[in-house]
Design a protein around this ligand. Structure first.
Ligand code: ARG
Ligand code: ZN
Length: 515
């Protein structure tokens, strides 16, 4: 997101456009932003600063109609550029003029403006579209979730393709206004603050605003029949929570968990620093999905997470992502440990403070639970590969690495890092290598070999490396398997339901390689 408008550049651009010979320098933007895990995700040649989405949705038919107004700045002389999208486009305008468009690849909308776009110029793109999202797929999968009373867009790393055109990669964050019209009696939820809500001719329009940079996959849409609760955190942040009216037996436990959102956010800010956004909440639609997602300011929770009773641990996980994942986002999808390792460690800290197992007991338990020949250790949390992005190892081995770091550098440096990192990269992007440098700088300790062992080696760290967990020092712990901490079931439940993702991305990878 670049807010700076370079006026001389705009003037130069108009001069250049007056000389036809220079048109040869205008080239198409790349169809991908350059992420090796997902070569076709995102696009090159421009940077979005704001999405204004005007949507109408019919819960009975799944018909979605939209107008997306996208404010961007070009980053090269552009003859053509792509957006990532799957619905049917009827009209595209670039800077007010009719543009031609075509589809290409699995999810590319290729736009050719009537006049080429000079580098560094502000550009406004208006896309009119409609479609039935549940009828669309890319790479053989869909992440659009229909519910009995509506639908939900919430998945990682893909969810935007089914409801709005975008530069679909965390590297290009933007602010959002999302306006959704639905039949009266139905609610539409998105991120941030509800600016207004009004009803006319049997339809209600909800206007949501997220005023801080937000990644495309963290932008959510949920339509359904919800009970809504509101509150304010101790720090003054407004909370809006929503519970599907159809949660049946899970309703009480869901509400008893998500209503703890303000308390949990205040507790997390003790470790991570000031809460980075202007709104908070959570929503539980009537989906059959297993996972939760840290959709910005307002996480998505599946009813399944509350099937055994209240589960504050999953709330801790998704809210921890608001600092680790949402405010500080990955530079590339290989950096996923910066999200999942830290959100999992937050659950360990919560377990510790609740007396449900200390972080050290959880580390001992995870370490002992996987013998050296377990495939668990073959996944490198620091670069797991697209097929293993959401594997247990990224979460559990990822949190283990943080306990090992804490034991190596001591509590003072460790907690200074936990709090300093979100401030150092607030509203931006960072890579695992940036974190390594930061941790070395704050702790004053060389950590290259340490991170290599814990994040980048496809094997179980053996003693003496494991001594960083103090396991070897703990006498009989080497032989006796540590007791399972009470918190473990919920920590495990936060991520064991991701298995379908492996299959999804296997299909995807093959398709990409087939090109
Ligand atoms: N970031 C989410 C979480 O840890 C995981 C989402 C995984 N995506 C999926 N399709 N399973 O809560
Ligand atoms: Zn997570």
């Amino acid at each position: 997101m670049h807010r700076r408008l370079i006026v001389p550049g705009v003037l130069a651009a108009s001069l250049m456009l007056a000389i036809p010979a220079s048109a040869a320098d205008f080239t198409p933007g790349a169809p991908g932003i350059g992420d090796p895990y997902y070569p076709a995700y995102g696009n090159g040649g421009y940077d979005v600063s704001h999405y204004d989405l005007k949507i109408g949705y019919e819960p009975s038919t799944d018909l979605l109609k939209g107008t997306a107004t996208i404010l961007a700045t070009t980053t090269q002389d552009l003859s053509r550029f792509d957006l990532d999208f799957l619905l049917d486009v009827s009209d595209v305008r670039v800077n007010g003029a009719e543009a031609s468009f075509a589809t290409s690849g699995q999810h590319e909308l290729q736009i050719t403006p009537a006049v080429p776009l000079a580098k560094g110029a502000p550009v406004t793109v208006v896309v009119r579209y409609s479609g039935v999202p549940s009828s669309k797929s890319a790479y053989g999968f869909s992440t659009w979730h229909r519910t009995p009373d509506g639908a939900v867009a919430a998945d990682e790393p893909e969810s935007a393709w089914w409801w709005y055109p975008s530069n679909d990669h965390p590297l290009d964050k933007a602010t959002y206004d999302v306006s959704v019209s639905v039949p009266d009696g139905t609610q539409a939820l998105s991120n941030g603050v509800l600016q207004s809500q009004s009803s006319k001719l049997g339809r209600t329009t909800f206007n949501w605003r997220e005023n801080k940079p937000q990644a495309t996959y963290l932008t959510t849409l949920a339509v359904g029949r919800f009970d809504i609760t509101t509150a304010t955190t101790a720090a003054g942040v407004p909370i809006v929570n929503a519970y599907s009216k159809d949660l049946a037996d899970n309703y009480g436990a869901a509400r008893a968990s998500v209503e703890r959102t303000g308390e949990v956010a205040d507790w997390l800010s003790g470790y991570f620093g000031r809460y980075p956004f202007s709104a908070l909440g959570g929503y539980v639609p009537n989906t059959t999905t297993g996972y939760a997602l840290e959709t910005q300011t307002r996480p998505f929770y599946s009813p399944k997470q509350f099937a055994n009773g209240s589960n504050v641990s999953v709330i801790v996980h998704e809210l921890a992502h608001q600092w680790y994942g949402d405010s500080v986002s990955v530079k590339g999808w290989k950096d996923i440990w910066l999200n999942e390792g830290f959100a999992s460690y937050a659950q360990w800290l919560w377990s510790d403070s609740e007396g449900d197992g200390s972080t050290q007991q959880l580390a001992d338990y995870v370490y002992a639970s996987h013998p050296a020949d377990d495939a668990f250790w073959t996944v490198k949390p620091g670069d797991p590969g697209p097929d293993h992005q959401f594997d247990d190892a990224v979460y559990d081995r990822g949190a283990l690495a943080l306990q090992a770091l804490r034991n190596k550098i001591g509590d003072t440096a460790f907690f200074r890092i936990l709090k300093g990192w979100p401030a150092a990269h607030a509203y931006g992007n960072a890579a695992v290598s940036d974190f390594e440098k930061y941790a070395e700088q704050v702790s004053g300790t060389p950590l290259a070999a340490f991170f290599d062992t814990w994040l980048f080696t496809a094997a179980k760290p053996a003693t003496p490396a494991a001594a960083q967990l103090r396991i070897a020092a703990a006498g009989g712990a080497k032989h006796a398997r540590p007791a399972r901490p009470r918190s473990w079931a919920q920590i495990e439940q936060t991520h064991t339901v991701h298995k379908h993702t492996v299959h999804k991305h296997t299909i995807h990878k093959h398709t990409v390689h087939g090109h």
